[in-house]
Design a protein around this ligand. Structure first.
Ligand code: PLP
Length: 386
């Protein structure tokens, strides 16, 4: 069997050992966390420990963490006109989202379609601050949603500067921190975020858990799911104790290892990109001039189609993806690259390599060997077809 190496960590990360242990321990629990008996209290304790672990990852107060089924749901919960901040009880009148957001944000959450406006980005996918300032003048109580780092390119947004502009305009800022958490600093106060979304399976926890974290004083007046009043009335339904326990353990492990992991991943990613450009000078690396996550590289070679490249990589033992993972398994032209002004031709060839905490130099060697095979055979068949 071909030796395999996994380079699709931005889609989902492998389960961390700490998360696996927490999941297995939680599977032994019997109680419903809402029950008052000892079994119920044990489940409650597991959830509250995870809540504290997740809060630490983003420097938040434990009580402000609401567990959800994932970041998609956290984004839906956050993006509502029914947000109250301190004495400001009136609904948010307009939602502004950057053009490179995940579809769960781009879709506008619970705002009416005509109350949602898309903010332009530059060639690296970074929000244009002047355009943001101008756009906010159109709203009395805006809500703005900008991601910490992009899932396709890894480009990091200047969130602290964005927060200053948003707050000066009487606005609130939601940050989708799914790809940044555990990879770069993600302290809510330093970022100036009022609301922040997280996903368990991007940091080494199990799939099916996530969280919306609020700054103190932010209140969501309209829950997404109503019922038994769990999660302080913000998210009804019996808690997924097993997934939440794994999420908490992963958050703690990610928080402890984040700096050392970032240095190591950046070294390997840079090594990969240098070799890629040496072997294939025509290769183009997206958002290379922006601050980027240490683990992400999105590139394309003119004439090479992502769909065929990914299949060819897979046959050579390498798991990569196109930037825009799509639930149907079909590769579409990335809306992120379109927003960055990339031509459809080049965007069609975008391949994303994303690394993680246990990626090794040997994995990078496998990736580069596979790349040589992929690129030579695909460009040859392209030339024959022409
Ligand atoms: N936001 C970003 C930036 C993502 O990359 C993803 C996952 O791909 C999500 C949100 C959705 O997360 P989840 O899978 O937990 O719903």
């Amino acid at each position: 069997m071909t030796e395999r190496a996994y380079f699709d960590w931005n889609a989902t990360a492998p389960l961390r050992g700490e998360a696996r242990a927490a999941v297995l321990a939680a599977l032994e629990l019997t109680g419903n966390a809402s029950s008052v008996h000892a079994e119920g209290r044990a489940a409650r304790q597991t959830i509250e420990q995870a809540r504290a672990q997740v809060a630490t990852l983003v420097g938040a107060e434990t009580k402000n963490v609401t567990f959800t089924s994932g970041a998609t749901e956290a984004n839906m919960l956050a993006l509502t006109p029914a947000l109250e901040a301190g004495f400001a009880k009136e609904p948010r009148d307009r939602l502004f989202v950057s053009a490179v957001e995940h579809p769960s944000v781009r879709s506008g959450g619970r705002f009416a379609a005509d109350a949602v406006e898309v903010l332009p980005v530059d060639a690296n996918g970074i929000v244009n601050l002047a355009a943001l300032k101008a756009a906010l003048a159109k709203a009395a109580r805006p809500l703005v949603s900008v991601m910490l780092a992009n899932n396709e390119t890894g480009a990091i947004q200047p969130i602290a500067s964005i927060a200053e502009i948003v707050h000066a305009a009487n606005g609130l800022l939601h940050v989708d921190a799914v790809q940044g958490a555990g990879r770069i600093d993600c302290d809510m106060a330093a970022l100036g975020a009022d609301l922040l979304s997280l996903s368990s399976h991007k940091i080494g926890g199990p799939q099916g858990a996530g969280a919306l974290v609020r700054r103190d004083g932010i209140h969501i007046a309209e829950p997404l799911i109503r019922g038994g009043g769990q999660e302080r009335n913000l998210r009804a339904g019996t808690e997924n104790v097993v997934a939440i326990a794994g999420f908490g353990a992963a958050a703690q492990a990610a928080f402890r290892a984040r700096q050392a992991d970032a240095v190591r991943m950046a070294g390997l990613r840079d090594q990969f990109e240098a070799s890629l450009l040496a072997q294939t000078p025509a290769a183009f690396i997206f958002a290379r001039d922006a601050a980027r996550l240490p683990n992400t590289s999105l590139f394309a070679v003119p004439g090479l189609k992502a769909e065929t490249a990914i299949i060819s990589f897979d046959l050579n033992g390498i798991a990569v993806s196109s930037g825009a993972a799509c639930s149907s398994g079909k590769v579409q032209i990335s809306s992120v690259l379109t927003a960055m002004g990339v031509s459809a031709d080049l965007a069609r060839g975008a391949v994303r390599v994303s690394l993680g905490w246990d990626t090794t130099e040997a994995d990078i060697d496998l990736l580069l060997t596979a790349w040589m095979r992929v690129v030579s055979s695909l460009l040859k068949s392209h030339a024959n077809a022409a």
